[in-house]
Design a protein around this ligand. Structure first.
Ligand SMILES: O=c1ccn([C@H]2C[C@H](O)[C@@H](COP(=O)(O)OP(=O)(O)OP(=O)(O)O)O2)c(=O)[nH]1
Ligand SMILES: [Mg+2]
Length: 128
């Protein structure tokens, strides 16, 4: 809704309102399909306002819209809040952000380059 927003708001294209009970999920249609250049993807992300106020988020966040997908874009919402949430036609329920995807070709190798971190992870740094 603002000039420099990175996300395009996604509106629910539902006939009847969708009621999400606490813990429930639903695949909500947006009413559009799209095509884009092959070096792009689109990500479906939650809106922080509805996440904060109502506990509504995208279960598979960030959802991935592949550049070769031609079906309807849908949003997989889940209610992590404690009250039922109602989504009616036209409600903004998530946002879509476009990203460049590098052209990566994976190769199988015998050895990896060495680093100071090595295989350390999952809270490995900062320990004395
Ligand atoms: O939030 C989402 C996620 C995905 N999709 C559509 C577009 C995407 O290109 C396709 C496949 O999504 P994904 O790769 O996440 O699902 P999958 O379970 O791996 O299915 P597939 O085997 O079809 O790739 O479904 C949506 O409309 N909304
Ligand atoms: Mg897939």
């Amino acid at each position: 809704m603002s000039e420099l927003a990175s996300g395009f708001d996604l509106h629910a294209a539902v006939g009847e309102p969708v009621i999400l009970s606490p813990g429930e999920r639903a695949l909500v249609p947006t009413g559009f399909c799209l095509s884009m250049p092959g070096e792009l993807e689109a990500q479906i992300r939650p809106r922080s306002g509805t996440a904060y106020k109502n506990g509504i988020t995208a279960l598979n966040s960030p959802g991935t819209i592949d550049a070769d997908y031609r079906g309807e874009v849908k949003v997989l919402l889940i209610n992590h809040g404690s009250e039922s949430f109602r989504i009616k036609r036209g409600d903004r329920m998530a946002q879509m952000v476009f990203q460049y995807v590098p052209d990566i070709r994976l190769e199988e190798v015998e050895d990896l380059t060495e680093t100071a971190r090595g295989a350390g992870g999952f809270g490995h740094t900062g320990r004395s």
